[in-house]
Design a protein around this ligand. Structure first.
Ligand code: PLP
Length: 400
């Protein structure tokens, strides 16, 4: 290429060398297009006879590697990366409904899912019915009454950590001819593998525990090959496939997921035990606690830990919450996401549940005094010492 004009050389100089021996860690393929050797090669790759990549939006090597890893961890035939957890949820529901049908969904669905169901699905004419997923009789009745195409479940709910009875719920869905879709973002495949319990599709927001470091915006879904491929095509048509760097970061997170989930779970159990001893706390919500409504179910389904989210209710409601979160915490920041290595705290009334009317929040068990902690992987003593400071601050103001 030495005879090229500098203008041309600047465009073509330095051809990419792909080493013949594999890199020991995943290289990042930040490429949106790929070269074909000739038109036969175009045909081979488009038809799938030869593996190859075509164009970024259809998926790149980093997305494919992450999908393979998630599929293996979930025990799934296939997985598809998405631009966000919400894109993965939408792809599952839209391709399951295929233009018509009803949805029965948990009344404790993540706020973004609720917004999607209300603003998009209901407005487009789909009937959406909410049910208490912990009340199997109510779920059975809703399925029999509405005969939906999809039952939408969350494995562990936000913020009270209600535990879905996955084997029973998936069996009920199938008896009614519905596809069981499970959001297992709070659980991750390290703690529970919904497909083993009968789910048809499992979804995750990768920006939570799987990414793990508060720097990913992406999602993934997994299940049998045919529905996953339909969801993948839906995502590709909408430009909602997983970006290369997000896939790369998510895979990097996945490598330490098992270690982190063990620590998140044991730290959360320690924080829950600490909170249960605190006089200004009325109630603690974590499946490790014997007074949690699904403690026994969690012990059966979650043998490797019961997750990193702890909620608690302060006795004196909103005024107490304001005092508690008024600058006493040193390492625990107010953050509305979760699943990061650092412990973070949020007030559902003003964050995840703010779009719900107060009476709906109360009916769900999320009160004005409810605080959520996403317990990180720090030393557990340091986490509780920080909380001690906030409780001391709370009492100080009460006395003043
Ligand atoms: N599912 C759950 C349980 C979540 O907590 C979230 C986000 O917080 C989502 C889905 C949506 O994920 P994303 O923000 O990646 O779209």
């Amino acid at each position: 290429m030495s005879d090229l004009h500098p203008d041309t050389a600047a465009v073509h100089a330095g051809r990419l060398e792909i080493p013949s021996n594999r890199a020991s860690s995943p290289p990042l393929f930040q490429a949106s297009s790929y070269e074909f050797a000739d038109l036969e090669n175009v045909e081979e790759i488009y038809s799938g006879r030869v593996s190859g990549k075509i164009y970024g939006r259809y998926g790149g090597p980093n997305g494919a590697q992450l999908e393979l890893a998630v599929a293996e961890l979930e025990g799934a035939e296939a997985a598809a990366g998405a631009a966000a957890g919400m894109a993965a949820i939408d792809a599952c529901l839209a391709t399951t409904l295929d233009g018509a049908g009803e949805i029965v969904a948990t009344g404790e669905a993540y706020g973004g899912t609720f917004a999607l169901l209300e603003n998009d699905y209901r407005k487009r004419g789909f009937d959406v019915h909410y049910v208490d997923q912990c009340d199997l009789g109510a779920v059975r009745a809703a399925l029999e009454r509405h005969r939906p195409k999809a039952l939408y479940i969350e494995a562990l709910t936000n913020p009270l950590m209600h535990v879905a009875d996955l084997p029973a719920l998936c069996a009920l869905a199938h008896e009614a001819g519905a596809t069981a879709v499970v959001d297992a973002t709070f659980a991750t495949p390290v703690l529970v593998r919904p497909l083993e319990h009968g789910a048809d599709l499992v979804v995750h927001s990768l920006g939570k525990y799987i990414g793990g470091h508060g720097d990913v915006g992406a999602g993934v879904l997994a299940g049998k090959r045919e529905p996953v491929e339909r969801a993948r095509a839906y995502l590709a048509r909408r430009g909602a496939t997983i970006p290369h760097f997000e896939a790369w970061l998510s895979l990097r997170g996945l490598r330490t997921l098992a270690l982190r989930m063990a620590r998140h779970s044991s730290n959360a159990a320690a924080v829950a035990a600490f909170l249960a001893r605190e006089p200004s706390v009325e109630r603690v919500h974590h499946p490790s606690r014997s007074d949690h409504p699904q403690h026994d179910l969690a012990a059966r389904l979650y043998r490797r830990g019961t997750g990193g989210i702890v909620a608690f209710d302060l006795r004196d409601g909103a005024p107490a919450v304001r005092r508690f979160l008024k600058g006493h915490l040193q390492t625990i920041a107010i953050v509305h996401s979760l699943g990061e290595v650092a412990t973070t705290i949020s007030y559902p009334t003003l964050s995840s549940h703010r779009m719900l009317p107060a009476e709906t929040r109360r009916a769900l068990g999320v009160g004005e005094g409810t605080i959520r902690i996403s317990v990180g992987i720090e030393d557990p003593g340091d986490i509780t010492r920080d909380l001690v400071r906030a409780f001391a601050g709370l009492r100080e103001r009460v006395r003043a």
